[in-house]
Write a protein that binds this ligand. Structure first.
Ligand code: HEC
Length: 120
């Protein structure tokens, strides 16, 4: 009896990690994007509102950023400095998730926004 219990516990532990990746990939990415985006915060700011000299990301069109990230990854943007190296550290799916994540962020500061709903 006790032996069965131990076997069951061991099985559950073994099976758990196998079950986790079975979740829908898009869902995993949408939940993982905030964590991935943390590696961009050092330069692009925690909310994608960039520091001096670094282009802002928050609210940029998703399709544009997706194209930029994939182009960085393929070394197709002349004059780029760090982004090609960084982009190569992510899968295509992760870069798409990051583009979607930053596109969904508000480019305006919380204070002083006149919130007319228009993007510049
Ligand atoms: C080490 C600093 C640094 C980090 C970290 C960083 N970036 Fe960048 N990013 C830059 C710089 C600098 C540029 C301008 C292009 C270049 O020089 O490579 C840029 C440009 C971009 C652009 C193009 C924006 C435009 O309007 O031209 C996108 C999109 C972008 N980064 C996304 C990301 C994402 C997503 C991450 C996280 C995976 C990230 N960056 C992490 C420094 C950084």
């Amino acid at each position: 009896m006790k032996r069965h219990f131990i076997t069951l516990v061991a099985l559950a532990i073994l099976i758990w990690p196998a079950l986790a990746p079975a979740a829908d990939e898009a869902q995993v990415l949408s939940q993982g994007a905030p964590a991935l985006a943390e590696s961009c915060a050092a330069c692009h700011g925690p909310d994608g509102r960039a520091q001096a000299g670094i282009p802002p990301l928050a609210g940029n069109p998703e399709a544009v950023m997706r194209a930029q990230l994939l182009a960085f990854r393929n070394d197709e943007i002349p004059g780029a400095t760090v982004m090609p190296r960084l982009a190569r550290g992510f899968s295509e799916e992760e870069l798409k998730a990051l583009a979607a994540w930053f596109a969904g962020l508000d480019p305006e500061e919380e204070s002083g926004s006149d919130s007319n709903g228009e993007q510049p």
